[in-house]
Design a protein around this ligand. Structure first.
Ligand SMILES: C[S@@+](CC[C@H](N)C(=O)[O-])C[C@H]1O[C@@H](n2cnc3c(N)ncnc32)[C@H](O)[C@@H]1O
Length: 458
């Protein structure tokens, strides 16, 4: 118990102590089975006898306002007064044994959130607490930043990569963030940690601001579920101006792969968003100003659904200037007799040579993307081939790419079935294929033409 409390109040760091975040504190309370909720605008708790010691109670009272704010924000997101246990992202609070006891999970559809400015405490929490991702970044950071000047592009609310650089004894870190809210939170975090001498935060768009000296290392996590969706090519090409001649980039390369898939019938017959993905879809539509066929990601994707060899869909080599627009030939061979529903496109991020984050090997904060090209699916047989050209062209904001794949499925009999599919960043195209028609046929998201949301999420 005492150990939990000490963890809850402060974490020891090399440079002092820092107060844990609201989510971390609530996660710890949840670990002690202390239930918290709001009733008539009051914060309530229920705990087993003896659990709520006077020390925990004092910490709880001191944090009352921040917990209330957090729960109200959560309520805005999922629309009711749930217990904290239900609103903190589950994967981060389950113990290993709980995870192992779980049944295979159902596929969940998510919008590709990272390419829009919908970052909030939940999304940052998923990033900051993605231990596998962080481990891969730390491997690169620990090898490259000691005694070096670093620039961190898009540091986020927790300035997590900048902090890893500080832990790895970088000489100085300039951390740039364009969201004012995230910048302010990062500033408070850095101050609490006593790192403000080491890390200088800069508010602004990394393509427009300057730093006071040239850097040896540029670290960033500005890649999405298809590496380039967040505008990495444009932003990191521009960031080369911060680097000395022999400066290096972390990550070093983003390779996005593609393969053919056959998805479970129960998923394809009734595609839909659960509450939280529906909330972010709603937020994206509000931000863009209209509903559209947004890029879709799959959570709990079963690797057994891949039915072909894989090929490269996009290749961004950050060690040199990147081609902003590209086209690549894709050749896939069907490996088993199966229905072909579309393509899976997924990130392989190389933080440093030899260290690859493959997002379908484990659960990461990135999810693979699904292109629903054939709806209904078409029959494919072992040995059939897919020959296509995929391309990335910047959309009209000159930052985020629109992607296209166009080609043919060539059966062993010689029969050719042509296909063409576009995955736009935010083009005003809605229900343009049967899959999106099914997805948006439910009355979950309802938008009026004049940009305002007319129906609350159900
Ligand atoms: C995926 S988050 C990564 C946050 C953090 N670096 C991490 O690894 O957890 C990307 C962050 O970059 C910021 N960002 C995106 N484009 C930017 C730009 N052009 N200049 C500065 N910050 C940017 C976003 O606001 C967001 O906080």
């Amino acid at each position: 118990m005492k150990r939990h409390l000490l963890l809850a109040q402060k974490k020891n760091t090399k440079r002092g102590i820092y107060k844990v975040t609201t989510v971390e504190f609530l996660t710890l309370l949840n670990g002690l089975s202390i239930k918290i909720w709001i009733e008539n605008d009051q914060l309530r708790y229920r705990a087993l006898k003896g659990i709520m010691t006077s020390d925990i109670k004092q910490e709880f009272v001191e944090r009352k306002t921040e917990i209330l704010t957090f729960l109200k924000q959560a309520k805005d997101i999922i629309g009711d007064n749930r217990l904290v246990a239900d609103v903190i992202p589950q994967k981060n609070i389950m113990s290993k044994s709980q995870v192992e006891c779980q049944k295979p999970s159902q596929i969940e559809l998510w919008p590709s959130v990272a390419e829009f400015f919908v970052y909030d405490e939940f999304l940052y929490y998923a990033l900051t607490n993605d231990q596998r991702r962080n481990h891969s970044y730390k491997l690169a950071i620990n090898q490259l930043v000691k005694d070096k000047v670093v620039v961190d592009i898009g540091t986020g609310k927790d300035a997590i990569l900048a902090r890893f650089c500080a832990e790895a004894n970088a000489q100085k870190i300039y951390a740039i963030e364009m969201s004012e809210k995230s910048y302010n939170l990062a500033k408070a975090c850095i101050n609490n940690l006593g790192l403000s001498d080491k890390i200088t935060l800069i508010l602004g768009d990394a393509t427009k601001v300057n730093i006071p000296e040239m850097a040896d290392v540029c670290v960033s996590e500005i890649v999405g579920p298809i590496g380039g969706v967040e505008g990495a090519a444009v932003i990191l090409n521009n960031a080369r101006r911060f680097l000395k001649k022999d400066g290096v980039m972390i990550p070093t390369r983003s390779i996005t792969k593609i393969a053919s898939v056959c998805l479970p019938d129960e998923f394809l017959h009734n595609p839909g968003f659960t509450e939280i993905p529906a909330y972010y879809t709603h937020k994206i539509f509000e931000q863009v100003g209209y509903p559209f066929d947004l890029r879709l990601c799959l959570k709990n994707f079963p690797k057994s659904s891949i039915i072909s060899t894989s090929s490269i869909f996009e290749d961004l080599n950050f060690t040199d200037a990147i081609d902003i627009e590209y086209s690549l030939e894709v050749n896939l061979t069907i490996l088993k007799d199966s229905r072909l529903d579309g393509f899976l496109v997924w990130l392989n991020l190389h933080t440093i040579e030899g260290e690859v984050i493959d997002v379908i090997e484990h659960e990461y904060c990135w999810l693979p993307v699904y292109f629903p090209v054939f709806c209904p699916g078409i029959q494919a047989s072992e040995g059939d081939k897919i020959e296509a050209i995929c391309s990335g062209l910047l959309c009209d904001n000159n930052l985020n790419p629109d992607y296209k794949i166009e080609g043919s499925m060539i059966r062993k009999t010689g029969e050719k079935i042509n296909f063409k599919y576009s995955s736009y960043h935010y083009r005003r195209e809605f229900k343009q294929n049967h899959f999106y028609e099914l997805l948006f046929s439910q009355n979950v998201l309802d938008f009026s033409i004049n940009n305002s949301v007319t129906t609350a999420m159900t």
